[in-house]
Design a protein around this ligand. Structure first.
Ligand code: ATP
Ligand code: MG
Length: 181
């Protein structure tokens, strides 16, 4: 995968598969520490300790569609972070939810660009209009937030998954974040 936004799509889809109704995506760049931290948290069904141990194995998956025998979403993000002097962390509580954290050395030559995060959010929101998504991005001098709970209130009943609304969401995100992450 070329861009972190594609990893984010994959990890957020895991949350949705786990029946989450709230998914939070947080990106924080700390220039002083030269760290880029991506956190994806959900209130889905979580994983028990046994599953959590096996999940980083690319040959582990609970998906049964297409007799799927491997799952790459988590191992690929973990690898991307670790290749950049980073770290990968998973915390999960069965019945409560999951928090996935990937840390990268921000200036590392292999640190993938964030990419089209606007498109990723539009795909997630468009495909799952009933799920609450929160995107927040911070770096020195910049703070951006998109909260679909608030957005839905502002839309006053206009469906959030209308193509025109999704286009606005995508553009708003990319205008705010373009080249910043
Ligand atoms: N947020 C989550 N909540 C609960 N379980 C999760 C979560 N994320 C991952 N899992 C569990 O970890 C397994 C592996 O996830 P991973 O993304 O690596 O592969 P996958 O989703 O099974 O397949 P792929 O991502 O390649 O389509 C999943 O099948 C699921 O059982
Ligand atoms: Mg997955």
């Amino acid at each position: 995968m070329e861009d972190l936004s594609l990893h984010i799509l994959d990890i957020a889809e895991n949350s949705i598969d786990a029946d989450a109704v709230k998914v939070e995506i947080k990106i924080v760049v700390n220039e002083a520490d030269d760290r880029f931290t991506l956190t994806i948290s959900d209130n889905g069904k979580g994983m028990d300790a046994e599953t959590l141990k096996m999940v980083r194995d690319p040959f582990f998956s609970t998906k049964t569609a297409r007799k799927k025998k491997f799952g790459l979403g988590i191992p690929l993000l973990a690898q991307a972070a670790e290749e950049c002097n980073g770290a990968f962390l998973m915390e999960s509580d069965a019945g409560k939810g999951t928090v996935i954290t990937a840390v990268f050395q921000n200036s590392h030559i292999d640190r993938k660009p964030l990419g089209d995060i606007g498109a990723t959010m539009a795909v997630l929101i468009g495909g799952h209009p009933d799920i609450d998504f929160l995107l927040s991005c911070e770096r020195d001098g910049l703070s951006y937030k998109l909260d679909t709970v608030e957005l839905k209130k502002e839309l006053q009943g206009v469906p959030i998954n209308l193509p025109d609304v999704l286009k606005l969401i995508k553009e708003d995100i990319n205008d705010a974040l373009e080249g910043e992450f």
